[in-house]
Design a binder for this molecule. Structure first.
Ligand code: NAD
Length: 290
């Protein structure tokens, strides 16, 4: 357990992450806990280092007294073989986004999936989850699908433009959750799948400022559906707007972004962060164009 007299040195390793909102979220929350807590982005792009440098950077960080690192694209899988220990969930998910350094040992966790779960419980409490359709099965989609199945979704339909990726993901998840149904499907089956589903998750980049548009035909949405997006730039995507207009309950991508930070902060400090306070700060940062 932490005390206010301790100090923390934390980093984020990934490509193009100088603009990440995770460092300010952690630092503000730590300030409010009275901690000395510095969180620095280690942007591989800015320092012209390849993804493979993650292991050397972690070891250097350990030598320099860092307490922890968050790990992001493209290092979440690469990093795994360099760790001394990996949590069961991160192992099953085959991705690590948080590394704690304890007595020189590197211990990996995944707070992307738990962050999505936490966001879902916080933003859509009591949402029905018997059957869910998810579009997008890349990095974020993998964590979301794992979270949904771990939370108890009985039937998960995965749709991706890359049919091979969806099929591979579905097969891997089906073997991890043998009592549940996971299937890959093409976009043509969306009318049928959504008619039988409680909710929809978008884990494609469609709807970002840089990829504007809608990932599905929103005329398929009904008021009884809940709709979650993982995109948070913008927080209110066209999908979230269309779903809201239909009267659906919605969960924006900020919840997952905040959730991963909340869970990582708790792992690093042993203290209980305040998710509502961090979300308010997150929305301020996004509104300020950070
Ligand atoms: P990725 O490239 O790994 O995966 C995206 C997947 O979507 C690919 O498999 C691609 O084939 C598929 N896809 C693209 N367009 C599609 C369409 N129209 N229909 C079906 N499938 C389609 O990307 P990623 O790292 O998983 O990121 C996806 C989004 O998630 C990005 O917008 C990213 O910003 C966001 N994200 C959010 C959080 C968060 O905490 N909220 C975390 C990570 C990523």
């Amino acid at each position: 357990m932490s005390t206010a007299s301790e100090s923390y040195l934390v980093g984020l390793i990934g490509e193009g992450i100088t603009v990440s909102l995770t460092p300010p979220m952690h630092e503000r929350e730590a300030d409010l806990h009275g901690l000395r807590y510095l969180y620095r982005p280690v942007d591989l792009t800015a320092i012209s280092r390849p993804a493979e440098a993650v292991s050397a950077l972690l070891r250097a960080g350990s030598d320099l007294g860092f307490n922890a690192f968050n790990i992001t694209h493209p290092c979440k899988q690469l990093v795994m073989e360099h760790l001394d220990e990996v949590s069961d969930d991160a192992q099953r998910l085959d991705a690590v986004n948080t590394v704690l350094i304890r007595d020189g040992r590197l211990i990996g966790y995944n707070t992307d999936f738990s962050g999505f779960t936490q966001g879902l419980e916080y933003g859509l409490p009591d949402a029905a989850i018997a059957s869910v359709v998810q579009v997008g099965t890349g990095g974020a989609g993998s964590a979301v699908a794992y979270a949904l199945l771990k939370k108890g979704v009985q039937k998960l339909t995965l749709v991706d433009l890359d049919a091979g990726r969806a099929a591979g993901r579905a097969a891997a998840l089906a073997s991890l959750f043998p009592g549940q149904e996971v299937e890959a499907a093409s976009a043509e089956v969306l009318p049928e799948a959504l008619a039988a589903a409680d909710g929809l998750v978008n884990a494609t980049p469609v709807g970002m400022y840089t990829h504007p548009g809608l990932p599905i035909d929103t005329s398929l949405l009904e008021q009884r559906h809940w709709v979650a997006d993982v995109i948070y730039r913008p927080v209110e995507t066209d999908l979230i707007k269309a779903a809201t207009a239909k009267g659906c309950r919605v969960l924006d991508g900020g919840h997952m972004a905040v959730g991963q930070a909340v869970d990582a902060f708790r792992l690093i400090t042993g203290l209980e962060p305040d998710p509502a306070r961090i979300r308010t700060h997150f929305l301020e940062l996004v509104a300020a164009g950070r």
